[in-house]
Design a protein around this ligand. Structure first.
Ligand SMILES: *[C@@H]1O[C@H](CO)[C@@H](O)[C@H](O)[C@H]1NC(C)=O
Ligand SMILES: *[C@@H]1O[C@H](CO)[C@@H](O)[C@H](O)[C@H]1NC(C)=O
Ligand SMILES: *[C@@H]1O[C@H](CO)[C@@H](O)[C@H](O)[C@H]1NC(C)=O
Ligand SMILES: *[C@@H]1O[C@H](CO)[C@@H](O)[C@H](O)[C@H]1NC(C)=O
Ligand SMILES: *[C@@H]1O[C@H](CO)[C@@H](O)[C@H](O)[C@H]1NC(C)=O
Ligand SMILES: *[C@@H]1O[C@H](CO)[C@@H](O)[C@H](O)[C@H]1NC(C)=O
Ligand SMILES: *[C@@H]1O[C@H](CO)[C@@H](O)[C@H](O)[C@H]1NC(C)=O
Ligand SMILES: *[C@@H]1O[C@H](CO)[C@@H](O)[C@H](O)[C@H]1NC(C)=O
Length: 282
């Protein structure tokens, strides 16, 4: 390849690259951690995330290539205001050592609350599980009960035989989840040594009695949805001080206070950046 052609290609490539980066993140900011792409208002280093509330600060573990939001692992997120994380399950095991673990999840962050797309789910025979949550500064508790004396026959049914679930209120900031068991005898322990309880995004857990009563197919973390927005004011209240860029719209969050941004029809990119929304026709 001639030197001139080479330089030309480098120049073309740099221009394309710069625009690509500008379309989704601020220049000079890390755009990827493992398989998750990182886009403003989220970011890793100072100057790369929206800093009016500290909440958009993520960390990338360079060893495992996993992205974290505080101590929660991030799966992905959308411009429209959802963030998917992985969260552990609580359990109570009835083997010789008899161990139990209560799980608490916390987002004491202004810009995030748990979505009502999550389901509180418990798995086990003769299991009761309960959760306490704080939403709109009030305490709220609920739970569910599941019984069985043998392995249920039907797959994918979670309605009280080996598995139960219930909905959760939106705008929750904190969850405490416990599971426990009653009337346990040795015959049940053989096929169901533990009771589990967890939050999981609707549709992301399908109960398989023969596998899940044993040990939840070894799954220890489930996807959970958080709702996020910018600030706590409506689009009308923030007026032209919203962070939504050119060719984008400000939309009041439907799940919490604050707003989200969206590119106008015919534009694509990151609506949270000044020049993020770019025409899809050229
Ligand atoms: C990254 O993950 C590894 C393995 O889980 C852990 O040992 C290490 O402490 C983590 N590093 C940071 C900076 O958190
Ligand atoms: C960003 O988050 C990490 C981990 O949560 C924290 O250690 C760090 O201090 C935060 N950075 C800033 C500038 O707040
Ligand atoms: C985010 O992750 C969930 C769960 O793995 C998946 O169903 C969804 O398609 C992903 N969304 C995007 C935009 O990658
Ligand atoms: C009991 O179950 C717990 C959790 O699964 C496990 O860590 C522990 O090793 C088990 N103990 C025995 C004696 O099997
Ligand atoms: C909610 O419950 C926790 C502990 O169970 C308690 O510390 C807190 O004060 C309660 N909050 C309200 C608003 O009742
Ligand atoms: C779960 O883990 C155990 C022990 O590591 C292994 O024997 C078993 O095959 C695993 N089950 C599944 C469904 O992956
Ligand atoms: C809105 O957020 C500001 C700081 O960002 C805070 O001082 C104020 O109390 C919040 N208002 C409400 C109603 O939550
Ligand atoms: C924002 O709106 C105010 C009043 O509506 C106006 O005075 C100001 O110039 C506007 N600022 C920008 C940057 O457009």
């Amino acid at each position: 390849m001639s030197k001139v052609l080479g330089l030309f290609l480098v120049a073309i490539f740099s221009i394309a690259y710069t625009q690509l980066v500008n379309g989704h993140s601020l220049r000079g900011c890390q755009t990827r951690c493992g398989s998750v792409s990182i886009e403003y208002p989220f970011g890793i280093s100072t100057g790369c995330y929206y800093a009016v509330h500290d909440s958009f600060n993520l960390t990338c573990n360079e060893t495992t290539n996993e992205l974290f939001f505080g101590n929660m692992q991030v799966v992905n997120y959308s411009h429209s205001g959802e963030l998917r994380i992985l969260m552990s399950r609580s359990y109570a095991c009835y083997n010789r050592t008899r161990v139990a673990e209560t799980i608490s999840y916390n987002t004491n962050l202004r810009s995030f609350t748990f979505s009502n797309k999550n389901r509180f789910t418990a798995v086990g025979c003769n299991t009761f599980a309960f959760m306490t949550t704080i939403f709109e500064d009030r305490n709220y508790s609920t739970g569910c009960l599941s019984t069985c004396d043998s392995i249920p026959k039907e797959n994918g049914v979670c309605s009280g035989e080996g598995c139960c679930h219930t909905s959760v209120p939106k705008r929750s900031k904190r969850f405490i989840i416990r599971s426990s068991s009653f009337d346990r005898d040795v015959s049940v322990n053989n096929f169901n040594p533990s009771s589990y309880a967890f939050l999981v995004e609707e549709g992301m857990f399908s109960f398989s009695p023969s596998q899940d009563l044993q040990n939840l197919r070894n799954v220890t973390k489930f996807p959970v949805v958080l709702d996020w927005s910018i600030g706590n004011q409506t689009c009308k209240q923030v007026g032209n001080t919203s962070i939504c860029g050119q060719n984008s719209l400000c939309l009041d969050s439907t799940t919490r206070d604050g707003y989200n941004c969206k590119c106008k029809a015919g534009y694509d990119g990151n609506p949270y950046l000044q020049e993020g929304c770019q025409g899809t026709m050229f």
